[in-house]
Design a protein around this ligand. Sequence first.
Ligand code: PMP
Length: 435
Amino acid sequence: METLLGHDRTISSALFEEAKKIFPGGVNSPVRAFKSVLGPPIFIKKGDGCHIWDEDDHQYIDFCCSWGPLILGHNNAHIRESIYAAVAEGTSFGAPTRLEIELGRLIVDNHRYIEKLRFVSSGTEAVMSALRLARGATGKSKVIKFEGCYHGHVDSLLVKAGSGLVTFGESTSAGIPEAFAKETIVLPLNDREKLEETLEQEGHNIACIIVEPIPANNGLLLQDPSFLECLRIKAYKHNVLLIFDEVISGFRVGFEGAAGYYGIKPDILTFGKIIGGGMPVGAYGASAELMGHIAPDGPVYQAGTLSGNPVAMAAGYAALKQLLAPGFYETLNAKTAGFVKALQDFADAKGYPVSFPSVGSIFWVAFARERIIAAEQIDPASMNHFKIMHLELLKRGIYMGPSGYEVGFVSSAHIDADLAQAVEAFKEALDIVFS
Ligand code: PMP
């Protein structure tokens, strides 16, 4: 038996060794390799409700929820039955189907800022297509993004701030031509002056500003709504399109995502995760006029063999339909607020330097007391605390995504007893972290 500080991963470890022979780092997406936490990754066997089971037969309460898509928990009966029904009719046609209209109509009818949309198969694809639309519609090429926001592995967005006043991007991945990174201007979040200065100087070359309105990929960097309003106003002023990347926040903080939550109208919205009910779906949407630039109506080319896949559409429809039930978000968000408050009360009572920022059903464990609104405020050394907490939580049957920069998600399948159990586990884990 291979135990790691008291957590048995015998079968997971064996599977990981096998996986490493086949996949780079043994995984099909880097963070899964557990590089930022202790021990080899645990391999998941199944999920049901808010629980998952690993190959070594541990049961966990899951706060990763597949990195956000599973707002209804695992193995949701309605989604499962809809998938079965769709599969029975065939899995892919590469031709229009009734199912894509049903999901599309549900979204357009219930989202005030979307008149037309296009389905793709991932969040990255949605963002990539949205950038092309912005460039095609404006005839301009540069993009503003913000430090601390992640938008998928799109070439021109895998960049960090370079040096200089107007900071053109430097790529954060090998394999990205400098010329692509140079098309991106990286600005700090919440810095209105820099934004205005950049738009004054470069606005004539800038196609769009892209932002995670609820930045949730580098901790949870909750912005003042006035900053998002400022983006809106300045984008209008300089004839630049505003893209809200709602791959995480979309259908999460409310059916209309962050745009609806803050009441701010972006020009283009991108989606992924929840929209597919656990199947690979992404989408981008905008006004009918803007979407008129997309092929075959317009000159901006974008296509996909599996786009609008019927099985995925059925899953997405079954998921989103449940989110529209009266009180769905109120209940989920209140439940999350109670969970987070219990954690914060405990940390405060003990005087631990940890806080739990949250919005809707998204929360983050920040090993700091002050409000964190920008990536550079996060102390990399605090990630050691996360590592210890992560292991102690696993040992107590709680699964968090394997990085301290990642947020946690509560689903409607987490009932009060699960959350109460999780609070106790967090208390014990934090006591060990700070012992
Ligand atoms: N945008 C945001 C805001 C995301 O959080 C992510 C994924 N975490 C993406 C884009 C990329 O989505 P995908 O992983 O589905 O390609």
